[in-house]
Design a protein around this ligand. Sequence first.
Ligand SMILES: NC(=O)c1ccc[n+]([C@@H]2O[C@H](COP(=O)([O-])OP(=O)(O)OC[C@H]3O[C@@H](n4cnc5c(N)ncnc54)[C@H](OP(=O)(O)O)[C@@H]3O)[C@@H](O)[C@H]2O)c1
Length: 252
Amino acid sequence: MRLGFIGTGTITAHMVRGLKASALAEWPIVLSPRNEAVAAELALLPGVTVAASNQAVIDQCDLVILAVRPQVAEAVFGALVFPADRPVISLIAGLHICKIAEWTGAKDIARAIPLPFVERHEGVTPVFPPQRHAMQIFAALGTALPVTDLVAYDAYGAASALMASYFGLLETAADWMVAQGHPRLDAVAYLRGLFGSLGDVLRAGPASFEQLREDHSTKGGLNEMIFQRFVQGGGGAAMEAALTAAFKRVQG
Ligand SMILES: NC(=O)c1ccc[n+]([C@@H]2O[C@H](COP(=O)([O-])OP(=O)(O)OC[C@H]3O[C@@H](n4cnc5c(N)ncnc54)[C@H](OP(=O)(O)O)[C@@H]3O)[C@@H](O)[C@H]2O)c1
């Protein structure tokens, strides 16, 4: 299949690099010209070309992947002609299939939430509905998670937006250590190792999050104390409220 991307930014770059190192490496890829610098870099990969325009992407591919920001989607797609039978996969957060259908005229539309880890074939990508081509593509980039229910898909969308908070937590901890007199490099190296190891623990087994928290808390110890203070200080409630706000936003 010849894949076309409209919107050549961060997530497209991760997907294209991942695809070119995957079982689907032979599939040609056509990119829209914008962003010029990202497109030029990706075009160094075998079988990746940059089209002259967004319309040329559609005309040259068998399946179109939409990867522009939601704010420009209507203006971008409204100016293009999509053959009704051309399958479309939208990566655009919060943009419903009915809107994409209205703006593109396409009939075979799926949505997906790839994250940067698809480049290393470690992405777990929700696909709604589980359209055949989308499942094949995201299975080649890690795990394709079939989703048949819009509410569940939107909950994945909200949870997928926890990445920045994870790193923000580390930022806060590093700043705090620096304020106690640690050189920043030492603080960052320590936290990088600690959280890297926790990531390994998470991957290693099926233990529940509650079990993992207990396994990493001595009774009456510091881990237990910090978690209790975090919850009492409103940390858990703030996270729930933020997830609910993200959920409402992706619901549109
Ligand atoms: N980043 C993620 O991890 C992630 C994950 C899942 C889904 N998504 C979704 O994927 C979409 C793209 O996100 P992103 O992070 O990749 O954003 P991004 O880096 O800003 O990429 C968007 C790209 O669209 C280009 N663009 C703007 N106007 C255009 C036009 N008229 N025609 C063609 N291309 C145009 C931008 O070019 P310029 O740079 O020149 O403006 C940019 O290269 C968003 O809808 C987001 O919700 C992102």
